[in-house]
Ligand binder design. Structure first.
Ligand code: NAI
Ligand code: 15L
Length: 265
């Protein structure tokens, strides 16, 4: 059990889904975001912080013993926004952690680091990255910083290439990519408890019938996802038009990020 966990990006979708579960892994939680959170539980306190503000991030990280880093831009956006949240913000977090005794970090990376692999390819965490967006490139940067900071400074990180973390799967793609908040929470528990984490990359995905990703390199974590998107399959198929097998958003793992225009065009 952690004494004090820092959750960045706490006001976002994943942060709000994880919040009610965090008492399973931490005695107290510092929630942080640009957007205020008002409905605080007794074990929570809120600290507003822009991740691009170095001294703000230094104070935020000081005194915590574990970090789940969700904060930043979560979709394709103009590069300037991505640079502030995901490049500078990520760097500030790692520098703050290095100065504050190296609390373990669970970094919310993304499947968009590898979105240009086809859905009929099964890849593991050692496959070369193939980002599908500027957003995906920023997550590759985050993983590279995590790698450097372990090799050079001993900062340990679990980089979780999250598929689609929502309370329920929403479309046919999520039959393969869905990652339940409950499975994410149990993975964070494993990351904080395992004796040696190093810098490990894992695909954040539930125990879905449809599988694109091989997590065998992270088997030492002993993590067992329990949820399965197939439970919603019939309902989703009944509500959606059949996928066009020639649509690049269906051919490639990254879905709509693959076909999205450059955000500055
Ligand atoms: P979200 O967009 O709902 O939440 C992100 C939060 O970060 C927002 O509340 C936003 O205010 C905050 N934020 C943005 N820029 C900031 C800055 N400069 N300083 C401080 N806070 C800032 O995203 P969501 O869906 O909750 O995702 C959380 C994390 O997980 C993101 O890093 C995202 O890239 C990653 N992820 C999420 C997936 C999903 O399926 N939801 C899939 C893959 C990765
Ligand atoms: C992500 O990286 C995004 O943050 C999220 O909003 C979803 O689009 C997810 O990937 C996905 O691929 O479904």
């Amino acid at each position: 059990m952690l004494k004090t966990l820092l959750l960045t990006g706490a006001a976002g979708g994943v942060g709000q889904s994880l919040r009610p579960l965090l008492s399973q892994i931490a005695e107290s939680v510092v929630l942080s975001d640009l957007t205020p959170i008002k409905d605080l539980r007794p074990s929570e306190r809120f600290v507003a912080c822009d991740l691009s503000d170095r001294s703000g991030v230094d104070s935020l990280v000081n005194g915590v013993d574990g970090i789940i880093h969700l904060g930043g831009i979560s979709v394709e956006k103009p590069f300037d926004q991505i640079m502030q949240g995901n490049i500078l913000g990520l760097y500030n977090l790692y520098e703050a952690a290095r100065a504050a005794g190296r609390p373990r970090i669970v970094f919310a990376s993304s499947n968009h680091t590898i979105g240009f692999y086809r859905r009929d390819e099964r890849i593991d965490s050692q496959a070369p990255t193939r980002p599908d967006s500027l957003y995906g490139v920023s997550k590759v940067f985050g993983e590279a910083v995590a790698s450097l900071y372990f090799d050079k400074f001993g900062q340990e990180t679990l980089s979780v290439r999250i598929g689609s973390c929502f309370p329920e799967p929403r479309n046919t793609r999520m039959m393969a990519t869905w990652f339940s908040p409950r499975d994410f929470l149990s993975l964070c528990g494993c990351a904080f408890e395992t004796p040696r984490l190093g810098h490990t990359i894992i695909y954040g995905v539930s125990d879905n019938d449809e599988q694109w990703w091989d997590n065998s390199h992270a088997a030492f974590l002993g993590w067992r996802p329990r949820d399965n998107a197939a439970h919603w399959r019939r309902e989703i198929l009944s509500k959606t038009a059949p996928d066009d097998p020639n649509d690049p958003a269906v051919v490639y793992q990254g879905g709509g990020f693959v076909t999205a225009a450059h955000p500055e065009d």
